[in-house]
Design a protein around this ligand. Structure first.
Ligand SMILES: [Fe+2]
Ligand SMILES: [Fe+2]
Length: 294
């Protein structure tokens, strides 16, 4: 038993060593880097940030698509980047650019093990849904919900890009032994994708509640700082599976933690199920708009 724990620890140490080397973000596209840098500057103004973003038409399209998506929930249609910045505000804009840059940085080539388009759709839907759920249920931290929802499975992307042979091993183990992915991840890396995602989020000095939500998106009951945020990300993630829109095969074993839904003020399971059904149309619309992004 002790040997097994030791072996796990050794695997984990090895994984963390590789992770510590990607502390500095790999080649972030220049306009994203410039925009983030400018948004961190207190003297930021609309024309200057809009000037940088407008240099990259792909980035403009992505921001406008997110801002206009039904789950994101803006009341007005946003057709220009200047107007988008005005309606979103610098903080929300920063969150959008941050998730876009991270998703972009970890993007790898699609192969038979991971379809990048599907992964993007899963992240995008979970992020926007988490933000919308926070608003609909009247919990603050919509910004963190968006970022945590978008990045909750970042660890999967990281394994695919930086531990590719392990990714294949996990995939095969899960398929052959019919174990869950989580067990297979531990066996290969001594860590699961939740731990990898939150490890990096910590290294990048993300707010603690955000790291916690990434770490516990499969088990919100383990959260101590902000259970509501972790439960919202868990619910948004589960919605993709339940509605079968933008779901991730890696999540096939996750079940809704109904007990934790009390934190979000649901009284019965039926109430949760009805709430999820109420999001179906928005998911369908949002999933359609994704073709403009990927
Ligand atoms: Fe996950
Ligand atoms: Fe997920």
């Amino acid at each position: 038993m002790l040997e097994l724990a030791e072996e796990q620890q050794q695997k984990r140490d090895k994984t963390e060593l590789v992770l510590s080397n990607i502390y500095n973000l790999p080649v972030m596209p220049k306009p994203l880097e410039d925009a983030l840098e400018m948004l961190d500057n207190t003297a930021v103004n609309i024309p200057s940030i809009s000037g940088i973003i407008s240099k990259d038409q792909g980035l403009v399209t992505k921001i406008l698509t997110i801002a206009n998506s039904p789950l994101y929930g803006l009341q007005r249609k946003v057709t220009s980047i200047d107007f988008a910045i005005m309606v979103l505000g610098f903080n929300e804009l920063r969150n959008i650019i941050l998730v876009l840059s991270l998703v972009e940085s970890f993007k790898n080539k699609t192969d038979k093990y991971l379809d990048q388009k599907e992964f993007w759709l899963h992240s995008y839907l979970t992020g926007c849904a988490a933000k919308r759920i926070s608003e609909d249920l009247d919990f603050p931290n919509e910004g963190e919900a968006f970022v945590a929802g978008f990045l909750h499975d970042m660890g999967i992307s990281v394994i695919h890009k930086y531990f590719h042979s392990k990714f294949i091993e996990i995939y095969d183990t899960a398929a052959e032994k019919k174990t869950g992915f989580e067990e297979a991840e531990f066996e290969a890396l001594g860590m699961n994708h939740q731990m990898i995602g939150s490890y990096l989020a910590e290294r990048w000095n993300f707010p603690e509640i955000l790291c916690e939500a990434i770490l516990n998106h499969h088990s919100p009951e383990a959260s101590t700082m902000n259970k509501a945020l972790s439960s919202i990300v868990h619910l948004a993630d589960y919605m993709t599976k339940k509605l079968q829109i933008g779901s991730s095969y890696w999540d096939k074993d996750i079940e809704l933690n109904v007990a934790e839904m009390e934190i979000l003020r649901f009284r019965t399971e039926e109430e949760v199920i009805n709430f999820i059904q109420g999001y179906e149309d928005m998911f369908i619309h949002q999933a359609k708009s994704v073709r403009y992004i990927s």
